[in-house]
Design a protein around this ligand. Structure first.
Ligand code: NAD
Ligand code: TYD
Length: 348
């Protein structure tokens, strides 16, 4: 493909996808469109911002006209759509923001792609990046497969499920060439510190409580963000038209065990006595509608495309903590201003 438009490229996962594409495909033009909300940060892309095949456009996917104009002007052959409101706790406070960006924004992009590609779908592709949270919750056993029925519980997962349905509907109704990936929880460099892992790293560094919702026995399947970016590249280029692929780390952790592992690694790295960080663990009021367990069966993407995670969780977590320790300016920048208000309200 000559030109790929990536949405949400200034965010956590999007910035890793942009870097992967810009550096791996020097002959392909990569256009990053992002509204730069609280979660979008061009600092994430400093190392590649001057590459010849990279361009940034500030744009809001909820603005149908602006999006259509960009598509008409740049005529991308492919779209990788990551822009979203992404935090479950914020979706509980402001569900409408999630409907606007995740549902309406996605439909605006589908309409724009359909409009400029309608005469010839050959060589075109719309890749929608979604989450395992659309499947709802698992009990103690079993895994989400691509055939698992959708059963979202939070406003975030409901909005992502809705967007997935629209993407499939545009394939089935208009023949739009699409692929969808449903990935488990990501972690890694540039992760915004409202999410569990970077929040705990930030709080250990600042000697603040590590808030564990409910009894801490909730389970997530964690994947290093660069492995997710590589899976997106693979599915975008080689995935079967109309298909969806689950992406996950075969790496389940109960929240409390994960935070203990994080504390252990941080004590070692900071040269503190064993058990120092763990003393900060504090159980707090549970999240409403909290899903008990997510676990991805990533057999299909492995069998069809040969993808598998490249790092163990212990390695990935160590790389992540090192990144935060070496990028204190990044962390200070994103946690000044609005973040403080969010934090006070969420953890008062
Ligand atoms: P993020 O919140 O870090 O980044 C989202 C990006 O989208 C930001 O750069 C933000 O500025 C941009 N954005 C938000 N609203 C916009 C709008 N109206 N117009 C244009 N840009 C807008 O999110 P993330 O964690 O990087 O997630 C990226 C995608 O991956 C999302 O679609 C999310 O649902 C999905 N996903 C995330 C995870 C995870 O663990 N974080 C797991 C699976 C799937
Ligand atoms: P999070 O990082 O918000 O991702 P998601 O809700 O998309 O899975 O949360 C991961 C898990 O950690 C989830 O079970 C909620 C829990 N959690 C806490 O216990 N304390 C916190 O302060 C946060 C942000 C999350």
């Amino acid at each position: 493909m000559n030109k790929i438009l990536i949405t949400g490229g200034a965010g956590f996962i999007g910035s890793h996808v942009v870097r992967e594409m810009v550096t791996k495909y020097p002959d392909t033009q990569i256009i990053n469109i992002d509204a730069l909300t609280y979660a979008g940060n061009l600092e994430n892309l400093k190392d590649i911002e001057n590459f010849n095949n990279y361009q940034f456009i500030k744009a809001d996917i909820t603005d149908a006209k602006q999006i259509l104009d960009i598509f008409h002007e740049h005529k991308p052959d492919g779209v990788i759509h990551l822009a979203a409101e992404s935090h479950v706790d914020r979706s509980i406070t402001n569900p409408l923001d999630f409907v606007m960006t995740n549902v309406i924004g996605t439909v605006n992009l589908l309409n724009a792609a359909k409009e400029i590609w309608k005469d010839n779908y050959q060589g075109k592709r719309f890749h929608h990046v979604s989450t395992d949270e659309v499947y709802g919750t698992l009990g103690e056993e079993g895994f989400f497969t691509e055939e698992t029925s959708y059963d979202p519980h939070s406003p975030y997962s409901a909005s992502k499920a809705s967007s997935d349905h629209f993407v499939r509907a545009y394939h089935d109704t208009y023949g739009l060439p699409i692929v969808i990936t449903n990935c488990s929880n990501n972690y890694g460099p540039n992760h915004f510190p409202e999410k569990l892992i970077p929040l705990c790293i930030h709080n250990v560094l600042n000697n603040k409580p590590l808030p564990i919702y409910g009894n801490g026995k909730y389970t997530r399947d964690w994947l290093f963000v660069i492995d997710h970016a590589k899976a997106i590249d693979l599915v975008f280029h080689e995935g079967k038209n109309g298909s969806s692929y689950n992406v996950g780390g075969f790496n389940e952790w109960q929240n409390i065990d994960l935070v203990r592992e994080l504390c252990k690694q941080m004590d070692e790295k900071l040269g503190n006595p064993v058990g120092t960080a763990e003393q900060l663990i504090t159980y707090v009021t549970d999240r409403p509608g909290h899903d008990l367990r997510y676990a991805i069966d990533a057999t299909k993407i492995n069998r069809e495309l040969g993808w598998k995670p490249s790092v163990t969780f212990e390695e990935g977590l160590s790389l992540t903590i090192d990144w935060f320790l070496n990028n204190s300016e990044w962390l200070n920048n994103v946690t000044s201003g609005d973040y403080q208000q969010y934090y006070q309200k969420q953890y008062k």
